[in-house]
Write a protein that binds this ligand. Structure first.
Ligand code: HEC
Length: 178
């Protein structure tokens, strides 16, 4: 087919219209992806995000963002010794739910974990280990504790309790009893 200038222009416009149409379809898809992807990086259901708030059985539901924030503070403040929920220098006292539940007092809830970060005690609850374990009480001992506030402690507790629900036994797992 021979293009006269006018039919040529017409075909240019029509293909332009076609690509514009394509773009119009693409744009919402791209926007959709941009909105969805960051959320998908950390998306857990409410059941996963719900953990015991205190020993009485009251529950608290965290948000994805809170758990993400808790993970960051935890990795910075506690990661050297507790990365992945283990305790490097004492494999018997990890941060897995079973071990937390059997501590005295039981540490498998937000309130008791926050209490531990403020005033840690031996596993049997007999004596304070604030002079050994990082805590708010003796922030001089472990400077990473200095910058933390109550909200940071609450978010870390949330992260410690949600992690095994997301990671299974990989959290605090591979434990060696000795
Ligand atoms: C310098 C290493 C070190 C750092 C840093 C550290 N911990 Fe610990 N953590 C330990 C040790 C060792 C134990 C076991 C203490 C014992 O003998 O009872 C422990 C025990 C615990 C327990 C009790 C676990 C249980 O099953 O009863 C909790 C809870 C805990 N740590 C939370 C934290 C949190 C939260 C942070 C960060 C704010 C943190 N720890 C930072 C070394 C550390």
């Amino acid at each position: 087919m021979r293009h006269t200038p006018s039919t040529f222009m017409a075909s240019v416009f029509s293909s332009l219209r076609q690509s514009l149409k394509g773009l119009l379809v693409l744009i919402p898809v791209l926007i959709g992806l941009a909105v969805i992807s960051p959320a998908q990086a950390a998306q857990w259901d409410a059941e996963t995000l719900t953990v015991p708030a205190d020993p009485s059985g009251t529950e608290v539901t965290f948000t994805d963002r809170e758990i993400d924030a808790g993970r960051k503070v935890f990795n910075t403040s506690c990661g050297t010794c507790h990365a992945g929920g283990i305790t490097k220098t004492n494999h018997n006292v990890g941060l897995d739910p079973e071990t937390l539940a059997l501590a005295t007092p039981a540490r498998d809830n937000v309130e008791a974990l926050v209490d531990y970060m403020k005033d840690p005690t031996s596993y049997d609850g007999e004596y304070s280990i604030a002079d050994l374990h990082p805590s708010m009480r003796d922030a001089e001992l472990y400077p990473a504790m200095r910058d933390l506030d109550d909200e940071d402690l609450r978010l870390m507790a949330g992260y410690i309790l949600v992690s095994p629900k997301v990671q299974g036994t990989a959290w605090g797992g591979g434990k060696i009893y000795f």
